[in-house]
Design a protein around this ligand. Structure first.
Ligand code: FES
Length: 85
């Protein structure tokens, strides 16, 4: 996992089961950094109130968060990773 700044946003870039994902690093419920969360089965769980989000789509899977997580497209060019905002 690595947090980068892209387009003025904190973006969490991570590899899970061989696939790269880029999602907002900030939970949609309250301020919490998802870089401190747990990644399991294609989801990331917020470390504060335990809302879970699907990495692929940002879909919120359980409360208290009600808003989906922002996801970003990733491009890999010659070994460099680019996040599209
Ligand atoms: S801050 Fe993430 S679920 Fe509350």
């Amino acid at each position: 996992m690595r947090v980068v700044e892209a387009g003025g946003e904190q973006v969490l870039v991570l590899r899970h089961r061989g696939k790269l994902y880029a999602v907002s690093n900030i939970c949609t419920h309250e301020y919490a950094e998802l870089a401190n969360g747990l990644v399991v089965d294609g989801t990331i769980t917020c470390p504060v109130h335990l809302s879970r989000f699907r990495l692929e789509t940002g879909e919120v899977l359980n409360p208290p968060a009600t808003k989906n997580l922002q996801t970003y497209k990733i491009h890999v060019l010659e070994g460099d990773i680019f996040v599209e905002t």
